[in-house]
Design a protein around this ligand. Structure first.
Ligand code: MC0
Length: 149
């Protein structure tokens, strides 16, 4: 059902400074940046492996753009650090339904838009031994991607 670690989300106060650290220390380059208004973040995706066609895992650096956003709240309470882990699946709807049926709170009724046009939902950290857990179907991993009609 869940086939890989898609990304690790890291909360930071200043995206540019944190990107500079990852570049200088590990040689990771930014593959993509975007603002996700709904989630209240500006983010940078650093690809660790894989290709544009799929199978990649990522470090996702997250800077809040609003004080009332989940990442801003997390930073105020805990400071910078790992904010969530995301498991990849070809079927985020099915995975969310299956996990929900096992008694874990799924935070969204329907998956929402995540990085790079992925579809995402979250599991409540209190039901996951303290880990905010995301389920994600990357755009490239969605059934039918690349097919031409
Ligand atoms: C909160 N808690 C966490 C946590 N955030 N525990 C582990 N990891 C986290 N990241 C804990 C708090 O410490 C607290 O426990 C309890 O959960 C309630 O937290 P709260 O501070 O009162 O905040 P709430 O209840 O208003 O919201 C928590 C909730 C929220 C998880 C529902 O953060 C949420 O909806 N998160 C999902 C969306 C999200 O995080 N978006 C940002 C990434 P104590 O024991 O202190 O009471 S967007 C993203 O990642 C996208 C772009 C993508 O991947 O593509």
């Amino acid at each position: 059902m869940l086939t890989r670690i898609d990304h690790i989300g890291i909360a930071c106060r200043d995206l540019d400074t944190t990107v500079a650290f990852y570049r200088a220390t590990y040689g990771f380059e930014v593959h993509h940046t975007e603002v996700n208004e709904e989630q209240g973040v500006r983010e940078a995706m650093l690809r660790i492996n894989g290709t544009d066609d799929g199978g990649a895992s990522w470090i996702q650096l997250l800077e809040p753009i609003r004080e009332d956003s989940p990442v801003a709240k997390w930073l105020a309470k805990h400071g910078e650090g790992v904010h969530h882990i995301a498991f990849g699946t070809a079927d985020v709807d099915g995975a969310a339904q299956a996990v929900g049926a096992r008694g874990v709170r799924v935070l969204y009724d329907e998956p929402r838009r995540g990085s790079m046009d992925s579809r995402i939902t979250f599991l409540h950290p209190k039901d996951c031994h303290g880990v905010l857990t995301e389920l994600v179907t990357a755009a490239q991993d969605a059934p039918g991607h690349g097919e031409h009609g």
